[in-house]
Write a protein that binds this ligand. Structure first.
Ligand SMILES: NC(=O)c1ccc[n+]([C@@H]2O[C@H](COP(=O)([O-])OP(=O)(O)OC[C@H]3O[C@@H](n4cnc5c(N)ncnc54)[C@H](OP(=O)(O)O)[C@@H]3O)[C@@H](O)[C@H]2O)c1
Length: 395
């Protein structure tokens, strides 16, 4: 008998996207056969999930955690791997759909390795496109893999386009909640703590993306993601702050029509779309009650208080190595902020200084994933070297 059960792998299974994916599978009666699951260090959670879902393969990026994972899965029949190579193997395990839910540039090589003929890649890891957009999209075309955007804004654009040629989209607007400091005066931003920044008003997500949402860097990274996903020039992309987070994106077509993608702010909704595409999943999705919500607000982003969005847009417009440096420096800056080593306002300042410093290196545009990873390494070194100056400014 031919097995017609759809199969799925989840890269970053222990994170927020992983939780949403596996919750959705539970909520819809486990119709998918789970093939590979990965984590960075959380071997205990990964082992538990691998057993619960009867995965065939589990991989942990941290070499040290590999032996723990191996012990925890001994006798289960689940194949175990570790390190960078283990992650690449997990990405290549035969599966109809792969969810790319690793955070940061670390997700690039596994997401790239997952691109294969007849494969659907539900892409949450925007950094893969920020760091190697052209290389990634060329590989998508070469393999015939189907990218389904999982980021809610890009998923909304994908649905709004619904097969219309991207060139008929005169303007693509991504919305941003504005984060927890939407109304915070500029002078007070210097004093906000990681705890305050981690309290997102509408979405529940991992720490890195939550800080990026507070600085609006997330929206900048998403502009770059959209540029590659939909093959549109930067001038046709913009951002609108929309604190209710129920309109995720708006596409204005050349004929003046505008289509907005709306839903409750819950990642399981774009996930359900990706998992059932081109059909529609039937499940008890949270329902948006517009009468109860009453008002939808929109405002232009304040680039003076949130310079990260301006810096990201400039990097997008510069192209070449700039988006890779932007992302690398931002990862270093966010980590330093979370560790209390720099202040909130120093995040964007450190990223901007890193970009200025990298410009002197005349770095070439990445032509391969390895090129992108090498530039990422340079960006991290530059930002780490500049960090003490910004730590001093913050204290
Ligand atoms: N969360 C959301 O709602 C949301 C929405 C839209 C887009 N995204 C995007 O989705 C991606 C994941 O976000 P998230 O919020 O789910 O992050 P998260 O909660 O921090 O989870 C990250 C996942 O990646 C793994 N990971 C972290 N560093 C890794 C490394 N160096 N090598 C291999 N695996 C690593 C983590 O493993 P451990 O648990 O072992 O650390 C975890 O499984 C990001 O690119 C984000 O921008 C997220």
């Amino acid at each position: 008998m031919v097995n017609t059960q759809p199969s799925i792998s989840v890269l970053g299974a222990t994170g927020s996207i992983g939780d949403s994916t596996l919750d959705l599978l539970r909520a819809t009666g486990n119709k998918f056969e789970v093939r590979a699951l990965t984590a960075n260090r959380d071997a205990a959670k990964l082992a538990k999930l691998a057993r619960e879902f009867g995965a065939r393969f589990a991989a942990v990026a941290d070499d040290g955690e590999y032996f723990r994972l191996k012990d925890m899965l001994a006798g289960s029949g689940i194949a175990v791997a570790g390190g960078r190579q283990g992650l690449l193997e997990a990405a290549q395990v035969e599966a109809d759909t792969v969810v790319a839910g690793i955070t940061g540039a670390a997700g690039l090589a596994p997401a790239f390795a997952a691109l294969a003929p007849n494969r659907r890649l539900a892409l949450a890891n925007k950094e893969a496109l920020v760091c190697a957009g052209d290389v990634f999209m060329a590989r998508v075309r070469e393999t015939g893999a189907k990218i389904l955007p999982l980021d809610s804004e890009h998923n909304a654009v994908f649905q709004a386009l619904a097969g219309s040629p991207a060139k008929s989209a005169e303007r693509i607007t991504l919305t941003a909640s504005g984060g927890p400091f939407r109304k915070t005066p500029r002078e007070e931003l210097a004093r906000v703590t990681p705890e305050q920044a981690l309290k997102h008003p509408t979405w529940s997500m991992g720490a890195k993306i939550t800080i990026d949402s507070a600085t609006l860097m997330n929206k900048g990274l998403e502009l770059i993601e959209a540029r590659h996903l939909f093959s549109v020039e930067p001038s046709r992309l913009d951002v609108l702050v929309h604190p209710q987070s129920v309109v995720h994106a708006i596409v204005r077509f050349t004929d003046g029509s505008m289509i907005a993608g709306m839903s409750m702010p819950d990642m399981k909704i774009p996930l359900a779309h990706c998992l059932a595409w081109p059909g529609r999943m039937e499940w008890k999705a949270p329902v948006l009650d517009l009468a109860q919500l009453g008002t939808l607000e929109f405002e232009a982003p304040d680039l003076k208080r949130f310079p990260a969005l301006r810096v990201a847009r400039e990097a997008m417009e510069a192209g070449g190595a700039a988006p890779v440096i932007l992302n690398a420096a931002n990862e270093i800056a966010v980590e330093a902020f979370l560790e209390g080593r720099i202040g909130f306002c120093e995040i964007a300042a450190l990223v901007e200084a890193s970009l200025a410093r990298a410009e002197k290196e005349s770095l070439k545009e990445p032509r391969t994933v390895n090129d992108a990873l090498a530039i990422d390494h340079i960006g991290r070194s530059i930002a780490s070297a500049l960090l003490p100056q910004f730590a001093a400014k913050a204290s």
